[in-house]
Each structure stands twice: as C-alpha cells, then as structure tokens.
Design a protein. Structure first.
Length: 176
C-alpha cells in the first residue's frame, strides 16, 4: 500500500485543468492504486488525481453501502462504485444530468469542513477504465454528487466555489 500526500485547498495544482490520459502506462496503474489506497485511508468517497498533485483526468470513487439507493432504477448499474468495489474513471465526460439535490459536501483537500452544495440528482457519465475500455455509468443521489464533485476537480474547480452559505466544521464526516 502506498499513500500519496493529499494537496490542500490553496495548492495551485487544485486550480488547474487536467490533461486527458492517452494511454494507461504501468505508472498510471500505480497512480490509480495509490489513489485508491489514499482515498480509503482518508475515509473519503472520492479522489481526483490533481488532489495528489497529478494533472491527469483520473478519478476514483467508492461510496460504499450508500450505493444501495442507486439500485432502485432498473436503468442504473448497481455494483460499480457502490458497495462492490470502486469506480475508476479515466477521462470522464458527463453526458446527461437531471434533477437537483442540495446537501452537505466535503473534500479531502479541505479536511474538517463542509458546505451545502446543489448538484444534479442524476448523472450519466462516459469514461474509460484501466484498460482504456469505454463504459457508461449512471448514478443517483450520493453517487451523482460524487461524480460531479470529482469531475469538477479535473477542471480545477473546488466545491467551495459552489457552496451555498458558509462552510462549517465537521468531525469525522464522510468526505469526498
Ligand atoms: Ni474533493
């Protein structure tokens, strides 16, 4: 297990747009493994490559058991990123969004804080897996929120830019 240092809000890497991945090298695979280790160690539900200082379009998400809410719709694909292993997305592209949800959001790059953010209730996203095979995944609720939050990181956007009201302090909350 290898942990990487998580960049904290204010770090310039967190404000930059990331480059698409052209091919997955052994080094890229190692980065993904390390991102997963780092996310789990920090009890996060998502992590984007720029958060560990790498300006590449890679995100990892694992919302754990909270993903059960995603199994209600027959069109969703439960399992991926929801309680049955992580969702790894390379060059993710949001194809569709609908609805709205307003809820608490946090970020591993801003530990101990959270804020209220409005996100789509549903997203459909296209991405590539570790073998550069294209796939489409749909998410609702927390998964939709996590996907939007992590994709924003790839554009250099932190949730604090979208927060409604003030940030507040949290202790041991689930952070994205
Ligand atoms: Ni974040």
């Amino acid at each position: 297990m290898a942990l990487r240092q998580i960049r904290i809000y204010g770090d310039e890497k967190l404000a930059k747009a990331c480059r698409p991945v052209q091919y997955v090298s052994p080094r890229t695979k190692l980065l993904i493994r390390d991102m997963l280790d780092t996310m789990y160690e920090a009890n996060g539900v998502g992590l984007a490559a720029p958060q560990v200082g790498i300006l590449k379009q890679i995100v990892v998400i694992d919302i754990g058991d909270a993903g059960e809410e995603n199994t209600e719709d027959a069109n969703t694909k439960p399992g991926i990123g929801c309680g049955d292993g992580p969702l790894v997305m390379i060059n993710p592209e949001i194809l569709e969004t609908s609805g709205e949800q307003t809820g608490q959001e946090g970020c591993l790059s801003l530990p101990g804080q959270a804020g209220m953010v409005t996100r789509p209730e549903y997203v459909k996203v296209k991405a590539f897996d570790e073998n550069m095979k294209e796939f489409v995944v749909e998410g609702r609720g927390l998964l939709a929120r996590a996907i939007c939050h992590e994709c924003d990181h790839l554009q250099g956007i932190m949730y604090v830019e979208k927060v409604e009201g003030d940030l507040f302090e949290v202790t041991d909350e689930e952070e994205e």
